[in-house]
Design a protein around this ligand. Structure first.
Ligand SMILES: Cc1cc2nc3c(=O)[nH]c(=O)nc-3n(C[C@H](O)[C@H](O)[C@H](O)COP(=O)(O)OP(=O)(O)OC[C@H]3O[C@@H](n4cnc5c(N)ncnc54)[C@H](O)[C@@H]3O)c2cc1C
Length: 425
C-alpha cells in the first residue's frame, strides 16, 4: 500500500475513508463524496465486469456505474462441465444481471459493444453511444481457429468447443445425451495459455466417467507436453479410474480438419469419433480487438501490472482473461477476473479520493472434479514484484491437494456458492 500523508488528508477532507485494501474481501468506504458525479462504464458482465460494477457501487454509491453485456444473464463457465454431463442444472449457472442492478444501483444495458472513440471518451453499442469518465473492459476470451486449415465457420457450428458457457454448453450436453452405448469420443485440449488451465482435464475426467458408464472409449489429444495443471492428480485419476476407457496422447499438433471424413489430422495420426469436442487455442475476446486494445500481431491486451490501465488508451482498464500474460503469472480464471476487478474498482475510487493505487496481491484457489463426486484443488498466492515489474507467484505460496477426495468435492461446492455470490449477487 502506498498512501502519502498529504493524499490521505486530502481524502479525509473529501469524505473518503478506505478501511481495507488488498485481497479486497473487506473493501468498504464509509461516507464517500466526489466533486461531480463520475460516470464509469463497464463492458462485459462476466466474472470481471459484474464484480467491477458491483464493487464500484459498494465502494462509492455516488458513482454512476453502467454495466453493458450482450445477454441479460451471464452463464458461468465454472461448473459448466457438470452441466454438460448432467450433474448440475443449467439454472444454477445462469446469473441474471438484474440482480446486481437492483441491489446495488448499477445501470444495466443489454447491448452489443461495437466500438470505442477514446479521444471523445465514448463507447459505441447496438443501442447507441455512451460517454464515460473511466472505462473498464472485461471481454473474456476469443477462439483462435485455424480457418485456412478446415476449421471454418461450418466446422465451428457443427463441433462446439463449449469453452464459453451458454448455447454451446446446451449443444454439447444434448450431443452427449444422444450418444449410443459403445460410442467413441474425442477431446482436443487447447495449447497453453488458455482460459482455466485445469478445466480441459476436468472435462476429460467427466467425459471418461461417462464413457466408463456407457461402454464408450475416449481419446484425448493434447498439444502440450503433459497435463498443464494439477498434473499428478489428474494423471492418477486417468490411470486408476479410467485406465480401460481413456487414451491420453500429449504433444499432439493439429494440422487440419478433414470435413469429408470428419477427422482431425495431427502429427500423431488422424482421429475421428462419434462425438468430437475440439477446444481451440485462445486469445483475448473479440471486443478487445474491436476496441483497439490489442496491438497488431498480439493476442492479448497489454496493461499496467499495477493499475490494469490499458497501455493503448488512458482511463481504459482491462481485467479478467483478456489481460496480456506478459505482465502476470496468474491463470485465466474466474477468481483472478473477480480480483482484478476489485483492484481496478479500488484504484478508481482511490484516484477520485486523491489516493495512490495499491500494489496487487492476490490468491487463486481452484477446484476441479476428477470424478462426479471427488475433487482436487490448488491454491496459489501472487504479488507484484517491482524487480521484474510483473505479478509473480509469491515464493513458496503454493498448496496442492494430496489426493482426490469427497471432502474436496464438498469444498468445491462451497467455493462455487461463494464466488457466484460475490460476483453476481
Ligand atoms: C469449463 C470451464 C470451467 C472453469 N472453471 C473455473 C473454476 O473452477 N474456477 C475459476 O476461477 N475459473 C474457472 N473458469 C474460468 C472462468 O470462467 C474465466 O476465467 C472467467 O469467466 C473470466 O472472466 P472474464 O470477465 O474475463 O470473462 P467472462 O466471464 O467470459 O465475461 C465476458 C462477458 O463479456 C460479454 N461480452 C463479450 N463481448 C461482448 C460484446 N461485444 N458486447 C457485449 N458483451 C460482450 C460476454 O457476454 C460475457 O458476459 C472455467 C472456465 C471454463 C471454460
Amino acid at each position: 500500500m502506498n498512501i502519502t500523508r498529504r493524499s490521505f488528508l486530502k481524502a479525509v477532507a473529501a469524505g473518503a475513508v478506505i478501511t481495507a485494501t488488498t485481497g479486497c474481501s473487506n473493501l468498504t468506504v464509509s461516507s464517500t463524496k466526489v466533486p461531480a458525479v463520475k460516470k464509469i462504464v463497464v463492458l462485459g458482465g462476466g466474472f470481471g465486469g459484474s464484480t467491477a460494477a458491483k464493487y464500484l457501487k459498494m465502494l462509492n454509491p455516488s458513482l454512476d456505474v453502467t454495466l453493458i453485456d450482450r445477454f441479460d444473464a451471464h452463464t458461468s463457465c465454472p461448473l459448466s462441465n457438470e452441466v454438460i454431463f448432467g450433474l448440475r442444472d443449467l439454472s444454477f449457472i445462469t446469473l441474471p444481471h438484474k440482480v446486481i442492478a437492483d441491489k446495488y444501483g448499477v445501470n444495466f444495458m443489454q447491448a452489443e459493444v461495437t466500438g470505442l472513440d477514446a479521444d471523445k471518451k465514448m463507447v459505441h453499442t447496438s443501442e447507441g453511444s455512451i460517454m464515460y469518465d473511466k472505462l473498464i473492459v472485461s471481454p473474456g476470451i476469443g477462439m483462435d481457429y485455424d480457418v485456412e486449415n478446415g476449421f471454418d465457420s461450418e466446422m465451428q457450428k457443427a463441433i462446439p468447443h463449449s469453452w464459453i458457457a451458454g448455447a454451446q454448453t446446451i449443444q454439447l450436453r444434448d450431443k452427449v445425451q444422444n450418444l449410443k452405448k459403445g460410442s467413441t469420443l474425442l477431446l482436443r485440449i487447447p495449447k497453453a495459455i488458455y482460459r482455466c488451465p485445469p478445466g480441459p482435464y476436468e472435462r476429460a475426467s467427466l467425459m471418461a466417467d461417462f464413457a466408463k458408464k456407457n461402454d464408450c472409449k475416449l481419446t484425448v489429444i493434447d498439444p502440450n507436453p503433459g497435463i498443464v495443471s494439477k498434473g499428478p492428480l489428474f494423471e492418477a485419476g486417468f490411470k486408476e479410474l479410467y485406465g480401460d476407457v481413456l487414451t491420453y496422447i500429449p504433444s499432439t499438433t493439429v494440422q487440419h480438419y478433414d470435413k469429408a471424413k470428419n477427422t482431425i489430422v495431427t502429427d500423431k495420426g488422424s482421429f475421428t469419433a462419434d462425438l468430437i469436442n475440439f477446444i481451440p487455442d485462445q486469445k483475448a475476446g473479440d471486443m478487445a480487438f474491436q476496441l483497439g486494445l490489442v496491438p497488431e500481431g498480439k493476442k492479448w491486451a497489454p496493461v499496467s501490472p499495477i493499475t490494469f490501465e490499458s497501455d493503448v488508451f488512458q482511463d481504459v482498464y482491462v481485467i479478467g482473461d483478456a489481460i496480456d500474460p506478459a505482465i502476470t503469472d496468474t491463470p485465466k480464471s474466474g477468481v483472478i477476473a473477480n480480483t482484478t476487478a476489485k483492484l481496478v474498482a479500488e484504484t478508481i475510487v482511490r484516484e477520485y479520493a486523491g489516493l495512490e493505487p495499491i500494489l496487487p496481491a492476490m490468491g487463486n484457489s481452484c477446484y476441479s472434479l476428477v470424478s462426479p463426486h471427488e475433487g482436487i484443488y490448488i491454491a496459489t498466492v501472487y504479488h507484484y514484484d517491482p524487480a521484474v515489474k510483473r505479478i509473480v507467484v509469491k515464493n513458496g505460496a503454493n498448496s496442492i491437494a494430496k489426493e482426490r477426495s469427497a471432502e474436496n468435492y464438498n469444498n468445491l461446492n462451497s467455493w462455487a456458492e461463494n464466488i457466484l455470490f460475490d460476483t453476481f449477487k
